[in-house]
Each structure stands twice: as structure tokens, then as C-alpha cells.
Design a protein around this ligand. Structure first.
Ligand SMILES: Nc1ncnc2c1ncn2[C@@H]1O[C@H](COP(=O)(O)OP(=O)(O)OP(=O)(O)O)[C@@H](O)[C@H]1O
Ligand SMILES: [Mg+2]
Length: 472
């Protein structure tokens, strides 16, 4: 902490410096307004102690200048008891506090501490705001996304985090369910408490239950001591059920009881135990369908899905891809101790055109691999075959309500047009590109009225310009 003492009386400066340095703060001194302002422009200060009676300029003037030039710098005004009015005027001008002369040492320390604390809060606030603006999510900033779909996710998450109700996060594999669950915990009043994840998937029911609820010594062979379960471990925090759909039916009944009564029975125990936990569950399965099929308890489903957060698959929010690429490449680079590579436009286009069935995780893996393979540049060559070969999908459902037949025709026409363009108007080459017989291509061009009038019958080789005029 660096504090500037601006006062024309050497004795006062001396006393202030002694008090402040005893408290571990660094100080600089100036005796005139111009010296003080010069110091302010050269160094960064955390606080200004300002005498209102300066030889060269009025303290109020200096205060006004400091407020405009360094709006975040707290100012404590030092004045004589007799000039309370000017102190009040200074506060109105934005001084943080005033220190009446003569002052006691502990008063100085107290006021300075308060002012520095305020400075810290202002800085913290600003950092938070910057984070919010940059990542789009604030506390959710690990979650990259600016698309409308993701904004909706952030919105629901912010609202839901504070409540105690159970939250169900639904989405395809790799869409960020676990990331959202953790963000919900961090945003909640339980953030300081534990976050415990349950992977129910691979476990047989009895093992899962002893993991969840704990067991008493001797309750089964091998239970040599009392064991605390995951519910107890999550006391005061959040318990996250990853892939809740894999919890066996019999365990589901017990889970429902915990959700309703907030208590559970360790395996082999007679006394139920209590734990104050918030439950978040995630699934990529269609739970309502599982309910219909009798594989998931309906009552548990309703209990869990009080608040549901659906995560959109990446292919439905492609506008987030550039932002994600930037964030994931940077993350991968720092994890692998590399500098951040550039991504060529053609690589970016391929990333954009791919459909990402594995969602963000697939993108993350592709980029990490590319980072390791490429030397400072990510180009097509570094991308997996599946990505490199992706073809942009035609707009499958046209907005203007084309019929199926018209939509197919429109796609055919754009293929023909693209091939002819690439072939410089030479039909034979265009046919090769599309692996069509030249006669078939010619028939299609005729059918779609894509041949210039005078070339329809005779000339199979068309000048490119003429073609361009007539193509779509
Ligand atoms: N919006 C996002 N911004 C940044 N990274 C993301 C985002 N969504 C997912 N990720 C990253 O993608 C990877 C997969 O995310 P996560 O494990 O949360 O997905 P999941 O839905 O739980 O997947 P699964 O169903 O396969 O378990 C993680 O490395 C995560 O950091
Ligand atoms: Mg997961």
C-alpha cells in the first residue's frame, strides 16, 4: 500500500509518516500542490492524505482535479478543527473522510484502514464487472458463450443458484453439465461448503448405498469401521449426481426419502442421520421417457426437476464457436506450457462447419490435439479427419417454408452452380467434380433453366461469365 501525504507542514508530514509506516504502509511526501500532482502522475497510490491549506493552490482545487483524473483514488482530507465547513465541502467533492487536526494516532490508522478497504472493494467490483463483460457469465465465466441459448442458461442459473431447490441439468454428452453444476454451487450461498460428486454409473446398488449414506462397523463383511457417506461429506454444501439416470430403482427410493425428509440411514445403522445438502443432478438420458418405461421413479423425477436447466448442443449455438475456440485454445496452451497458437481461417471454417456430436468436449479434444501437432499455428492439417471433412449443411429447414421438392431442387441448383463456378464454366469438369455423367449434368442444367438461351441445344462448353449471369 502506497500512501501520498500532501501537506505543507513538515512536522505533520513527519508524524503521519511515522504512524503510517509503523503500520506497514509505504508513504511518499509532497509539500506543494504541484509536487503532489506530479508524484500522482508518476506513481500509483492507494490513498491520498490531503491538507486543504496548501501554499500554491487551494486544497479544494487539488481535490477536484484528483477526483477527475484518478476517480478511484480515495482521498482523506486533513484540516483544522476550526474549518469544519471546508471539510464538509470536501466530502461533498468526493473526499472519503476527513481527519481533524490535531489528530490522535489511532484515528489516523482507523481512517486510513477504512479508506483502503473501500479502495479494495472498488477494485474488486471493477474486476468482477470486467469479468462479467468479457466472459458473458460473471461468476459463470468458465462457461463460455454469448449465444441467446447460453444467455438463457446463465439467466436461469443465476436465479436458481440462490434457492435450495433441487436442480436438474439436462444435455447431451459434453455440453458442460458438470461445469454448470459447479458454477451453481459457486454462485450459491453454500459456495464455501463442499461440492461432492457422485458417479453412480458403475456401482452395484449396495455399494452405491454404502457410499452415499455411509455404513456402521460390522454391517457387512469388510466393514471394519464406521464410514461416513457422501451425503455426510457434502454437509453444508452441494451433492452432485452425475448421470442420475443410472441410479438403480431401489436406490432411487432411498434418494427420494433424503430429498423429502433430509435424513438418511447409514447401512447397518438404526438412527437416521441428517445432512444439510443441496442436490444437483445431471442427465443426458430422457428421464421422462425412462419414467414411462418404468425405469425411473416418477415421484423422484418430479422432485428432481423442480428447476431444469437444458444445455443446448453445440451445433445449435454455432455462433459461440469462435469464442469457444479462443478460450479453449488458450486454456490448452497454458495447460501444456505452450504459447497460444493462431488459428487459420480455413481451420476456423472447418471448425464452424462441423456438427460436433461430442459437443464442447469434442471441440476441446480436437483443439488440444491440434495444439500439440501444430507449431504455433492451427491449420486444417492439424484437425481430425472427421472435422476436416465436414461439409457445411445446407439450410435444412428453409425459413420461407419451401416444400420438400423445392428445397431439394434449391440445394441441387446450388450444388450445380458451385461446381460450374469451380470448373470455370466447363460442364465436363463440373460433372467430374459432382461425379455425374456429363449428359446428366446437362439435363439438370436444362431442367433448372441454368443454360443461357443460345447454348441450350448445341454448346456444352459455356463461357464462365455467361454462366454466372444465369446461375443462382
Ligand atoms: N460453455 C463452455 N465453456 C467452456 N468450456 C466448456 C463449456 N461447456 C463444456 N466445456 C468443457 O467441455 C468439457 C466437457 O464439459 P462437462 O464435463 O461439463 O460436460 P458434461 O455435459 O458433463 O459431459 P458428459 O455428459 O460427457 O459427462 C469440459 O472440459 C468443460 O470444461
Ligand atoms: Mg459429465
Amino acid at each position: 500500500m502506497n500512501i501520498l501525504i500532501l501537506d505543507d507542514e513538515p512536522v505533520i508530514r513527519e508524524v503521519l509518516r511515522a504512524v503510517l509506516e509503523r503500520n506497514g504502509w509505504e508513504t511518499r511526501e509532497a509539500g506543494t500542490a504541484s509536487d503532489g500532482l506530479a508524484l500522482l502522475s508518476r506513481e500509483t497510490f492507494d490513498l491520498l492524505l490531503l491538507d486543504l491549506m496548501l501554499p500554491d493552490r487551494s486544497g479544494m482545487e487539488v481535490l477536484a482535479e484528483v477526483r477527475t483524473r484518478y476517480p478511484e483514488l480515495p482521498v482523506v482530507v486533513v484540516t483544522a478543527y476550526t474549518s469544519v465547513e471546508s471539510a464538509i465541502a470536501a466530502m461533498r467533492e468526493g473526499a472519503f473522510h476527513y481527519l481533524p487536526k490535531p489528530f490522535r494516532n489511532d484515528e489516523v490508522v482507523h481512517v486510513v484502514k477504512q479508506a483502503l478497504e473501500k479502495r479494495r472493494l472498488v477494485a474488486e467490483n471493477r474486476a468482477l464487472k470486467a469479468k462479467l463483460e468479457k466472459g458473458g457469465g460473471g461468476e459463470l465465466s468458465e462457461l463460455v458463450g454469448r449465444s441467446l441459448a447460453m444467455e438463457k442458461v446463465f439467466e436461469t442459473a443465476r436465479q436458481a443458484a440462490a434457492a435450495r431447490s433441487t436442480i436438474l441439468v439436462v444435455g447431451e454428452s459434453g455440453t458442460g453439465k458438470e461445469l454448470v453444476a459447479k458454477a451453481l454451487h459457486r454462485l450459491s450461498p453454500r459456495a464455501a461448503g463442499p461440492f461432492v460428486t457422485v458417479h453412480s454409473g458403475a456401482l452395484p446398488p449396495d455399494l452405491l448405498e454404502s457410499n452415499l449414506f455411509g455404513h456402521t462397523r460390522g454391517s457387512f463383511t469388510g466393514a471394519v469401521a464406521d464410514k461416513k457417506g457422501l451425503f455426510k461429506a457434502a454437509d453444508g454444501g452441494t451433492i452432485f449426481f452425475d448421470e442420475i439416470g443410472t441410479v438403480p430403482l431401489e436406490t432411487q427410493a432411498k434418494l427420494l426419502r433424503v430429498l423429502q425428509e433430509r435424513e438418511f440411514l447409514p447401512v447397518g445403522a438404526v438412527e437416521p442421520q441428517r445432512a444439510d445438502v443441496r442436490v444437483i443432478a445431471a442427465t443426458n438420458a430422457d428421464l421422462s421417457k425412462m419414467v414411462q418405461e418404468g425405469r425411473f421413479r416418477e415421484d423422484l423425477f418430479y422432485r428432481l426437476s423442480v428447476i431444469t436447466i437444458p444445455l443446448p448442443p453445440l451445433r445449435e449455438r454455432k455462433e459461440d464457436i469462435p469464442l469457444l475456440v479462443e478460450a479453449l485454445v488458450a486454456r490448452a496452451a497454458s495447460e501444456n506450457g505452450r504459447s497460444i497458437p493462431s488459428v487459420t481461417p480455413s481451420a476456423m471454417k472447418a471448425l464452424f462447419d462441423h456438427d460436433w456430436p461430442g459437443n464442447v468436449r469434442e471441440l476441446e479434444n480436437a483443439l488440444e490435439r491440434a495444439l500439440v501437432l501444430g507449431h504455433g499455428v492451427i491449420d486444417l492439417d492439424q484437425l481430425p479427419d472427421s472435422v476436416r471433412r465436414s461439409v457445411p449443411r445446407p439450410n435444412l429447414l428453409p425459413q420461407d417454408g419451401l416444400s420438400f421438392k423445392d428445397a431439394v431442387a434449391s440445394y441441387e441448383k446450388s450444388l450445380l452452380s458451385a461446381a460450374l463456378h469451380r470448373a470455370g464454366g466447363v460442364q465436363k469438369r463440373a460433372a467430374e467434380l459432382l461425379r455425374l455423367k456429363p449428359t446428366t449434368l446437362n439435363e439438370m442444367l436444362k431442367r433448372y433453366g441454368m443454360l443461357p438461351r443460345d447454348a441450350r441445344e448445341s454448346d456444352p462448353v459455356l463461357p464462365a461469365q455467361r454462366l454466372e449471369r444465369s446461375t443462382y
